[in-house]
Design a protein. Structure first.
Length: 328
């Protein structure tokens, strides 16, 4: 979106329930759809943001520590759960903004509180400055895709590039860091890493890391096909497209994997435990599970221990836990 000095904004406070001029009752998403159909020059919508801690404080999120996913369940929409939300619409010019403000003023539950040009200040942060390189102990560094350089390995340290955007996984979250370090540790210890499954791939960061660390074939399974293009773009940036396959479901091919990675919420791990364990090569294969809180570890560990026939190595970082299973 081109936010030039001529761009105008309209900001408003929106109730969760809104009444359109014709009497139709809609939620905030319905209001956006309604406005898109009627407002000329509408460039985009900023629905704001809330952290999980803020959502928990408002009683919207049940827990202040939550793993995000690209295809988050409906109850993860914390903004929709807020009683009042602040929304900003961006318009191409003053005429379009004033016309839209007039439309919105007739919507019950919508209170327009700002109308005017947007002139970026010198101190206004840009997108790129929000995503510096991330040093991951035990792995190396995750750099934003726009930085110069090549993905690869120097000594025991790897470098990969990821474009922040749709799909969980920029290297900032502890669950991702635990997995990156665990995959790198497997390589250092001489564990086989030819064929890898990344289940719940998100941005593709773990699949890409495995490929950069030497995996010849990697299946990145992500149920949310909206992020498939982002996974492929990230793979291309790291020059690992040849052996990386992006899939929506587990492949029909049942050839065993040297390493199965699943950085996803505990209920999904439990639901797919049998399928994931059945895909692990025996002997010599491994399974890496992350996205676990302390109270979830025992249940998940017991389930996978029974299927794998081995006890896991448990590691934790920032309140999150990771389980590594090796089948000898």
């Amino acid at each position: 979106m081109n936010q030039s000095a001529e761009t105008w904004i309209v900001s408003a406070h929106l109730d969760a329930c809104l009444v359109l001029p014709g009497g139709e009752v809609v939620d905030r998403a319905g209001l956006h759809d309604w406005l898109w159909e009627r407002a000329a020059g509408l460039l985009g919508i900023d629905e704001g943001a809330t952290t999980v801690a803020e959502a928990a404080a408002h009683g919207v999120a049940p827990d202040p520590l939550v793993v995000d996913t690209a295809a988050a369940p409906a109850d993860r929409d914390w903004l929709a759960g807020l009683a009042v939300a602040t929304v900003t619409w961006w318009f191409a010019d003053e005429t379009a903004a004033r016309a839209a403000a007039a439309l919105l003023s007739a919507v019950r539950g919508c209170r327009v509180d700002e109308l005017g040009p947007h002139v970026p200040s010198d101190g206004e942060p840009d997108f790129q400055s929000s995503f510096p390189p991330v040093d991951v102990p035990g792995f190396g560094v995750v750099r934003p895709a726009w930085e110069a350089g090549r993905a690869g390995i120097t000594g025991d340290d790897a470098t990969i590039f990821v474009m922040p955007g749709l799909g969980f996984g920029t290297g900032l979250h502890e669950t991702t860091q635990l997995c990156l370090a665990a995959v790198a540790a497997r390589r250092r210890q001489g564990g086989r890493l030819d064929r890898v499954l990344d289940f719940g791939s998100g941005s593709g960061i773990l699949a890409i890391a495995a490929a950069v660390l030497g995996a010849v074939e990697v299946d990145a399974v992500e149920v949310d096909d909206r992020v498939h293009a982002a996974i492929r773009e990230n793979a291309n940036r790291n020059a690992v497209t040849a052996g990386l396959h992006v899939l929506t479901t587990l492949p029909a091919d049942t050839t065993a994997y040297d390493l199965v990675i699943a950085n996803i919420v505990a209920p999904v791990l439990l639901e797919h435990a049998a399928d994931l364990c059945a895909r692990m090569r025996r002997p010599g294969g491994g399974i890496l599970l992350s996205g676990l809180r302390r109270h979830e570890v025992v249940t998940v560990a017991d389930r996978f221990t029974a299927l794998v026939g081995a006890q896991p190595l448990e590691q934790q970082r920032g309140g999150w836990h990771c389980l590594s299973f090796a089948c000898t």
